[in-house]
Write a protein that binds this ligand. Structure first.
Ligand SMILES: [Zn+2]
Length: 693
């Protein structure tokens, strides 16, 4: 009896021990899984944090390259007060949203300087400091004029692009300013203690290359003002084959210390590119029309299908369901030269500047019909979508925007990044490149247009692309979303309606991103640029739904035109809103914009009222009597002028005025001179009195 009993206890014990072991194994497995998830999360966060300070604009977070030395981030501390975003460090405005300075009619640069001189105390700038600002760029458009003044210190540039950016509307009112000035630079002199060659050697040592010489090396002395420390540095830019990279280094020009080394591009075949350039001039060439197969925007969207089943990448293999989604499109203005067609046009140009080097896909026929398995397919897809997007901007929207780094169409390498599952815009050279890992990036128009979005952001700001709060990521996502959504394939109720990268992402390779991100600014910011950019993209896609693609797109880019490298999402929302006034958008459209931005968490001025308001007041003589028959006019942001006459007792009144914008009120009389008045109108405005000067 004892035996079976013992064996019974033993069985129970064995069962308990086995259960315990199973539990242990499970707990161990769980611990490993949790550890891996946390590790991946940390890694992604780190990669994102690092990306904030690179000039690369990747499509997805990317790990740091070997050799890279990054600078600690600049703390972003400010307070919003009235119509300003004030620096908690300097106390001076970083941005002024509803400025009301009326400039005298003059050259835009003179107007911008007039403004800074008038507000020198507010900006904490001396007359000499204002005079020392160098004109970087002036752009005139339908949305007014933008003047970019760059900071110089003893003749040297500061931080590559420290800039005060001033917008002047069509009534000559300075109404929006971004201030990236670096205050109180503490440097004794601009005299380097080491030679430029020594700086080059420092970088050569670091990269383990023998010497840095030739056309691919550029050196510039500049001031680096970062995290409360100012240094005289050499900025070295060196395009290298080994190690592969377009290296940007800051070397302390006094001590020779290497402060920063970053790969800002990839130029595997720099030499080959040069030899291509030196080739004999092309024989007579003409613009021709071609046709080609593309995905428009991607095979899942046109099939209204999600990733899975037959709709998978399958290592770039053809599949009947994917081939069925090829769309035949006209390839506008490609080049025919000596019997060869190349994908080179006024708005896009296929190039081959990154590995893997797959050539230019030129051919004797104007028919570029490939299936997705062919490398040429990505080239055709890039050409078609970039050409279409640039044409839409320049012709349909009338925004006149091209790369500033070179003359001609946007340069794109459809197979780059050493084949990685990523894509990028290179701000140094103004080029785009696409990787082929996972789903080939250039098979998804969302990826192509997102990267082009980075380029456009850089070109509109003339070198002032901003990744503060992931602004540029959200900008690229909006641009991709705007295009895809306009094609109208997804019903609004379908989750994919709010996806970006429907083919490249939202699959086992990568999660993709969304356009209905339910996080509110600024509390919801995570510090990861690709994540945070979704707040900006989401708010703008809601406006897109409210006021339509054309209006939304035009205000979006016209607004980014007012920004620079220090612009955060709050500034950008106010910039777009400001531009919408200069573009003459209706009160209802501007109410929608204001409401969507405010709901996203951005601090906005009071929205316009749906009904028009009135502006009234009185014109007086020197001795305080009413002045009759004086000509009173009000000019809105678009430059549109409405006239009236003062009554016998000097009263005037304007009705049905759009609120939520700035007006210049002027009085003209033969007997007296009156100073014009600039007012932000938020509701009925009465008792506006004019006294002679
Ligand atoms: Zn990106």
């Amino acid at each position: 009896m004892a035996k079976p009993s013992r064996s019974g206890i033993g069985r129970i014990m064995n069962e308990v021990i086995r259960s315990f072991r199973r539990l242990c194994r499970f707990v161990l497995l769980l611990a490993i899984v949790v550890f891996v998830i946390v590790a991946i999360g940390n890694f992604a966060d780190r990669a994102d944090a690092q990306n904030r300070f690179t000039t690369l604009a990747d499509h997805k977070p990317r790990p740091s390259e070997p050799y890279e030395i990054k600078i600690a981030p600049e703390p972003d501390i400010y307070v919003l007060s009235g119509n300003m975003r004030l620096s908690a460090v300097s106390g001076h405005p970083l941005a002024v949203y509803q400025e009301t300075f009326l400039a005298r009619d003059a050259d835009p640069e003179i107007q911008a300087r007039q403004y800074l001189l008038a507000k020198s105390e507010m900006y904490g700038l001396t007359t000499d400091e204002i005079a020392g600002l160098r004109l970087h760029f002036v752009r005139k458009s339908e949305a007014g004029t933008v003047v970019r003044l760059r900071q110089m210190w003893k003749g040297l540039p500061v931080n590559k692009n420290a800039e005060i950016t001033i917008h002047i509307n069509k009534a000559n009112v300075v109404d929006f300013v971004m201030n990236g000035y670096r205050y109180g630079i503490k440097l004794s002199d601009a005299v380097p203690a080491i030679a430029a060659e020594t700086a080059l050697l420092k970088l050569a040592d670091h990269l383990g290359v023998r010497s840095l010489t030739g056309d691919d090396t550029k050196t510039e002395l500049m001031v680096l003002s970062q995290v409360g420390e100012d240094r005289l540095v050499y900025r070295v830019n060196y395009a290298s084959d080994a190690p592969v990279g377009d290296w940007e280094a800051f070397v302390d020009a006094k001590t020779g210390t290497l402060i920063k080394v970053e790969d800002i591009a990839y130029y595997n075949e720099g030499k080959r590119q040069k030899s291509l350039r030196k080739r004999a001039p092309r024989p007579f060439s003409i613009m021709a029309s071609g046709t080609g197969n593309v995905f428009d925007p991607d095979p899942l969207t046109t099939a209204v299908a999600v990733y899975g089943g037959s709709y998978v990448d399958g290592s770039d293999a053809n599949a009947a369901v994917l081939t069925a989604q090829l769309k035949s499109r006209t390839l506008n203005d490609i080049t025919l030269s000596a019997g060869t067609y190349s994908l080179t046009g006024p708005y896009a140009e296929i190039r081959d500047f990154e590995a893997p080097n797959k050539g230019l896909f030129t051919q004797a026929s104007s028919t570029f019909n490939f299936d997705r398995n062919a490398d040429a397919f990505e080239a055709v897809n890039c050409y078609y979508h970039i050409d279409a997007s640039m044409r839409y901007l320049n012709s349909t929207l009338g925004l006149s925007i091209m790369p500033y780094q070179y003359v001609g169409g946007v340069r794109v390498d459809p197979s780059g990044l050493n084949g990685a599952d990523n894509s990028h815009y290179l701000s140094g050279s103004g080029q785009l490149a696409f990787g082929e890992g996972g789903v080939d990036d250039a098979e998804d128009a969302d990826v192509i247009i997102h990267e082009l979005g980075h380029g456009l952001h850089d070109w509109f700001t003339v070198g002032g692309i901003s990744q503060v709060n992931g602004l540029s990521e959200g900008t690229g996502d909006y641009w991709a979303g705007s295009y895809s959504r306009a094609l109208g394939y997804w019903p609004t109720g379908n989750a994919a309606y709010n996806w970006t990268f429907n083919w490249d992402g939202h699959n086992p390779f990568w999660g993709g991103r969304i356009l209905n991100y339910g996080v509110v600014y600024p509390g919801g910011l995570t510090g990861a640029i690709h994540t945070d950019g979704q707040i900006w993209a989401t708010a703008n896609m809601k406006i897109w739904n409210d006021i339509g693609a054309l209006k939304s797109d035009k205000a979006f880019w016209s607004g980014l035109d007012l920004t620079n490298s220090t612009t955060n999402q709050n500034d950008a929302a106010n910039a777009v809103y400001t531009a919408s006034a200069t573009l003459g958008y209706t009160a209802l459209e501007r109410i929608a914009m204001n409401t969507r931005y405010a709901a996203a968490g951005y601090t906005m001025p009071a929205p316009p009222t749906a009904a028009g308001v009135s502006i009234s007041g009185r014109v007086l003589t020197n001795d305080g009597h009413g002045l009759r028959n004086a000509s009173v006019s009000i000019t809105n942001a678009t430059g549109n002028v409405v006239y009236s006459r003062s009554s016998s007792l000097g009263y005037f009144r304007f009705d049905e005025i759009d609120s939520g914008q700035t007006y210049v009120i002027s009085v003209a009389s033969k007997r007296f001179t009156f100073a014009p008045r600039v007012v932000n109108v938020t509701g009925d405005l009465s008792d506006v009195e004019f006294m002679p000067q």
